[in-house]
Design a protein around this ligand. Structure first.
Ligand code: SF4
Ligand code: SF4
Length: 406
């Protein structure tokens, strides 16, 4: 049913995809079976080819904006698996990002999404408020309040937040080879402090002096993925100033969604951005000092495997640790259904995708699951808990690798 016949002549803003970008899709269908939403629904409209057709017709004026059209775009995870396998080079990530922005511009109020946008703008942009939310959540967990709601029960147990060392610098262990900045990010220091601590230790072992500029803010990835490009640009401009200049050789990021966003969306800083495992593989690590006995499976974060094509480096680093048995689950690079805010905004589709992922994880009987993105970590923890397998820990791969050195 058509609810708004306003048409978007073209996508808006810098980097907006052109009609030629949309026309790169030759409708071959090679992407279909890699798309998580197509895999669970079998529907063309929930496939990359279908969504590209809808967006093309919409922007050309051949289709009106309808609730159904919005639904098919909302259900896209933005995982970019289709982009990675497309032989025609369709820039799907950029197209869906601008499609989402256009969607938010023209659609009437959607209570859930409007609330999410307000919460993001009011909390994620403000480090002080984020810390306050973290402290309240820890208090609620300590008093058992979070066990009263399904969403509260899904939250990982929060420990003390990550605190950069005195002077906001961690010295290299041994001779200094590189001076790097570290993106602490928005939710990671609160939810997964241990991932940051392990990542920084690995950088120190690799000969890095690690700097934590105090003025840095959220990179804006969650805003961009949810159609709020204005906020994303504001955060980018702020961080570009913070990380500008020749003070650092690289900006190292241990969250796949953030490193991907920085590379795609930032200019000078983006060129100096490296994902943690990409960086460690590039500069080389000294031999591990001790054995870590564990049967481990690795979940590829979509924004590492598909947006950045980094799949080999984390596996090689894991396999360099004596005692680690890396077992590949089927379809390790298919999305787990987390996708930023997707699991909160589209819980039903997210749960269906997670079911398939849990079958894959449990089929290889791991003792640990490792990944490299906080959203994936939270989603996999929730999936294992739902299957009664909370005995299998889910960790950032850096935590396991760091055990070989400390
Ligand atoms: S997006 Fe690429 S792989 Fe998918 S149908 Fe179009 S051309 Fe083929
Ligand atoms: S980004 Fe992911 S969910 Fe969206 S169309 Fe591509 S493969 Fe499917």
């Amino acid at each position: 049913m058509a609810i708004d016949v306003r048409r978007a002549a073209v996508f808006h803003g810098p980097d907006a995809p052109s009609d030629d970008d949309l026309a790169t899709c030759v409708h071959c269908g090679l992407c279909l079976n890699y798309c998580p939403t197509y895999r669970v629904t079998g529907l063309e409209t929930e496939s990359p080819r279908g969504r590209l057709y809808l967006m093309t017709q919409w922007t050309r004026g051949g289709l009106p904006f309808t609730r159904d059209l919005a639904r098919h775009l909302d259900l896209c995870l933005g995982c970019r698996t289709c982009e990675a396998v497309c032989p025609s080079g369709v820039p799907y990530g950029r197209i869906i990002e601008h499609g989402r922005a256009e969607l938010e511009r023209v659609r009437k109020v959607d209570a859930k999404r409007t609330t999410a946008t307000i919460v993001m703008r009011q909390v994620l942009k403000h480090p002080g408020r984020l810390r306050a939310v973290g402290a309240l959540t820890r208090l609620a967990q300590a008093t058992g309040l979070t066990s009263l709601s399904a969403q509260g029960r899904q939250l990982p147990k929060l420990s003390e937040p990550f605190a950069p060392p005195a002077g906001n610098v961690a010295r290299a262990l041994g001779p200094m080879r590189f001076k790097v900045a570290f993106l602490t990010g928005c939710v990671m220091p609160i939810m997964y402090a241990r991932s940051h601590e392990a990542s920084v230790r690995l950088l120190q072992v690799a000969g890095c002096e690690v700097h934590f500029p105090a003025a840095q803010r959220c990179c804006g990835a969650l805003f961009a993925h949810n159609g709020d490009l204005k906020s994303a640009r504001g955060l980018r401009d702020h961080n570009e100033r913070v990380f500008a200049g020749d003070d650092y050789d690289f900006l190292v990021v241990n969250s796949a969604g953030c490193s991907s966003h920085l590379k795609d969306f930032y200019s000078g800083v983006g060129e100096r951005t490296r994902d943690l495992f990409e960086f460690l593989a590039e500069v080389g690590m000294p031999p591990p000092r001790q054995e870590v006995r564990a049967r481990v499976t690795y979940q590829d974060p979509c924004h590492l495997a598909h947006a950045q094509r980094i799949t080999r480096q984390p596996r090689e680093l894991l396999q360099s640790v004596p005692g680690v048995e890396l077992v590949e689950m089927p379809h390790a690079d298919i999305c787990c259904g987390s996708a930023g805010l997707y699991s909160a905004l589209e819980p039903e589709m997210s749960r269906r995708i997670l079911e398939e992922k849990m079958d894959s994880v449990l089929s290889v009987s791991p003792e640990q699951v490792v990944t490299a993105n906080p959203g994936c970590q939270m989603q996999l923890e929730a999936g294992l808990k739902a299957r009664g397998r909370s005995d299998i820990p889910v960790r950032h791969a850096a935590e396991l690798i760091a055990e070989a050195y400390f």
